[in-house]
Design a protein around this ligand. Structure first.
Ligand SMILES: Nc1ncnc2c1ncn2[C@@H]1O[C@H](COP(=O)(O)OP(=O)(O)OP(=O)(O)O)[C@@H](O)[C@H]1O
Ligand SMILES: [Mg+2]
Length: 239
């Protein structure tokens, strides 16, 4: 199997504390990779290393450039939105910082994420779902081929969750983006991801595709949750 993005024995230590231990994650081009694990498992730390926000203590992050670009967009922690600016001006500010001053691209991205109708409404007045979609729009500036989204549906109401879900699926299908998403809402993650990485205590316990999960758990809609809880709590697999 040729991977688009993989990590090799990736480690992150804070002093003597191992936040990420010898982690080998594998993403195929076009994957939506669901990253799951308890609070403090190391998901954000892994994502920060992949996007270059944190330096690995050791190990490597490899991107196979024969399969596409190296550019990675991210929505990690707060998306850096200015409340006194509308969506367009927020985008313009980041575009200028990136040196990609292009009104047409901004309009096109805002259209894609469904924010063109927000007009000159200030981002401070946006719903959480709109803010998340603006966060994703900001992540799309610079034309990345890989997106890293840390808990993009955290705190959203059902409508907001559906909006972000549909956007993620469209990014994957229409723009062929390879996406890693972390979330604690497993039923939702199961709706979008085709492969899951389960991590706990800084270690990757397993990677499993949604097809393998279906085979093992006979397509039960709560199967990921059940599977995950057994893997994390008991260290064994169910279904
Ligand atoms: N800058 C830092 N200095 C020291 N320890 C850190 C630092 N950043 C993270 N950690 C620790 O590393 C571990 C992993 O944290 P991380 O934020 O990656 O977990 P997570 O899986 O994203 O959790 P959550 O689900 O709560 O977001 C935690 O124990 C955390 O306290
Ligand atoms: Mg986190």
């Amino acid at each position: 199997m040729r991977y688009y993005l993989e990590t090799k024995n990736l480690n992150k230590q804070y002093g003597t504390f191992h936040a990420v231990k010898d982690m080998n994650v594998h993403m195929v081009k076009g994957d939506i990779y669901g990253l799951i694990g308890p609070n403090g498992a190391g998901k954000t730390t892994l994502m920060k290393m992949i996007i270059g926000f944190a330096n690995p203590t050791s190990g490597e992050i490899l991107i196979d450039e024969k399969q596409g670009g190296k550019k990675i967009g991210n929505l990690i922690e707060s998306p850096g939105i200015y409340g006194h600016l509308d969506a367009f001006d927020n985008m313009m500010l980041k575009a200028k910082a990136l040196g990609v001053y292009d009104k047409k691209t901004i309009t096109e991205i805002l259209d894609f994420v469904g924010l063109s109708s927000a007009g000159d409404k200030k981002a401070g007045k946006f719903s959480l779902g709109m803010k998340q979609r603006l966060g994703i729009a900001l992540a799309l500036l610079g034309d990345p081929e890989i997106l890293i989204l840390d808990e993009p549906i955290n705190g959203l109401d059902p409508q907001g969750i559906i909006e972000v879900r549909e956007l993620i699926i469209r990014l994957n299908e229409e723009r062929n983006m390879t996406i890693m998403i972390s979330s604690h809402i497993l039923g939702e993650l199961q709706k979008v991801a085709n492969v899951f990485g389960i991590i706990t205590g800084g270690e990757l316990l397993m990677e499993i595709t949604s097809d393998e999960l279906k085979e093992r758990c006979s397509g039960d809609s709560d199967s990921l949750e059940e599977f995950y809880l057994d893997v994390v709590r008991k260290g064994r697999k169910v279904c």
